[in-house]
Design a protein around this ligand. Structure first.
Ligand SMILES: Nc1ncnc2c1ncn2[C@@H]1O[C@H](COP(=O)(O)OP(=O)(O)O)[C@@H](O)[C@H]1O
Ligand SMILES: N[C@@H](CCC(=O)OP(=O)(O)O)C(=O)O
Length: 381
């Protein structure tokens, strides 16, 4: 399907709004929330379902507490700011949407909320129920409990995760820049806008700079990572400027704005998406070239192909899979603990049973049904 048709047929849409779009320096901007509510309301009138992923709690907290608090960067301090700011942020949304007769529902997520399958499904059910009720879910990271090792990192990633969670057709990432440029346009005046991306390869990744502006965290790099996660899940992505929220209408009126990322044709199915993006990996498994080839042909990972292990993990945990050059190539659920894998890696399958005495030994280290390759080209090629 072409870009225009993909957008027109998108019923379920996730819109991510960056901090820089909601505030002017250290000023609240009521009218920004109102214009966002107007555009989202227009989409709802068109029969679309919309989930908002919003940043801005830290900025709200900072503005509310005033000058004295601006300097500190430590995590508990930012969490405190977010705690003050989140309710203010929601008040802005509540008031703005009520002008259009719409209700909003707050969803705060932390990585552990999607690590466990039951919680992952609960989050999905709640969002689905809100959508069925005609309520606009407004999602942010639960900053209070999210510390460095266990946080989504930025709301770009969170928006891709939410898209994967609810099977969104389209993810719109609104930022202060018109889309992906060939180089950071703040630094290079000759940078040009990339209009369409069919596959997120190393060239595309190399274009994006990592530093965000002001209250922002991820920069363009995290938006590209988010686009990668979403397109792998079968969701189309647009990165566009949200300086004017009227752009939301433009997108659906087939005006070609921003950068459009085509979804992968064979998007990862629901349960595998949870393994790929929801679960927190407990370790790393390194494999040889032969095993990599087998995985690319849709086969399971067997003990002879394992050449290294890192981390302590139990049977059933999620691990990241790396090739011999230490390139991350996928994820899967292991049938062996790290202790067991250290003993059996490299062994032929029949030798494994002699060495390990455990009952219910599976032949595969990772069964193909529990394994996801995340290299787009190899996956689709
Ligand atoms: N190749 C690129 N194309 C566009 N923007 C880029 C690129 N590389 C870096 N950037 C920077 O990324 C910024 C957007 O990211 P960020 O400030 O984190 O936004 P947000 O607050 O919306 O999440 C832009 O202002 C831009 O300067
Ligand atoms: N949870 C944080 C989000 C921080 C963040 O990702 O910001 P941004 O890069 O502007 O999307 C907040 O609400 O301030």
């Amino acid at each position: 399907m072409k870009r225009e048709a993909l957008i027109r047929h998108s019923k379920r849409i996730v819109i991510k709004v960056g901090s820089s779009l909601l505030f002017e320096g250290l000023q609240f901007r009521n009218e920004r929330f109102e214009s966002l509510a107007a555009s989202v309301s227009w989409l709802l009138d068109q029969g679309k379902e919309v989930v908002l992923v919003t940043s801005g709690a830290v900025a709200c907290g900072m503005i509310a507490l005033g000058d004295s608090v601006r300097k500190s960067q430590d995590i508990p301090f930012k969490q405190a700011l977010s705690s003050v700011g989140q309710s203010i942020l929601m008040r802005f949304y509540l008031e703005a949407f009520s002008k259009y007769g719409r209700k909003v529902g707050q969803i705060l997520l932390a990585p552990e909320d999607v690590h466990y399958r039951r919680k992952y499904l609960n989050a999905r059910n709640t969002i689905e129920t809100l959508l069925n009720l005609g309520v606009v879910p407004v999602v942010n990271e639960n900053d209070t409990v999210a510390v460095d090792e266990i946080k989504f990192g930025d709301n770009d990633r969170l928006s891709a995760l939410v898209s994967a969670l609810i099977d969104a057709h389209l993810l719109v990432i609104l930022s202060d820049v018109e889309g992906l440029f060939t180089r950071d346009p703040r630094l290079f005046k000759d940078a040009t806008l990339v209009k369409e991306v069919f596959s997120i390869d190393e060239n595309i990744e190399a274009m994006a700079g990592g530093e965000g502006s002001h209250f922002s965290t991820g920069g363009m790099k995290s938006k590209i990572m988010a686009a990668r996660m979403a397109t792998l899940s079968g969701t189309a992505v647009i990165i566009a400027s949200g300086r004017d929220f009227g752009i939301i209408k433009d997108i659906f009126l087939a005006r070609e704005v921003g950068t459009f990322f085509y979804p992968q044709k064979r998007g990862i199915r629901s349960r595998k998406r949870w393994i790929a993006f929801g679960m927190l990996p407990g370790g790393k498994v390194f494999i040889d070239e032969g095993a990599k080839k087998a995985l690319n042909e849709g086969k399971s990972l067997l003990p002879p192909g394992v050449i290294g292990i890192e981390g302590d993990f139990e049977v059933g945990e999620c691990v990241e899979i790396f090739d011999a050059t230490h390139k991350r190539i996928g994820r899967g659920l292991v049938n062996y603990s790290s202790e067991e894998l250290k003993i059996i890696s490299g062994l032929r399958t029949h030798q494994v049973r002699k060495v390990l005495q455990r009952e219910n030994l599976e032949e595969e280290v990772i069964h193909a049904d529990n394994l996801i390759l995340l290299e787009e080209e190899e996956k689709d090629g």
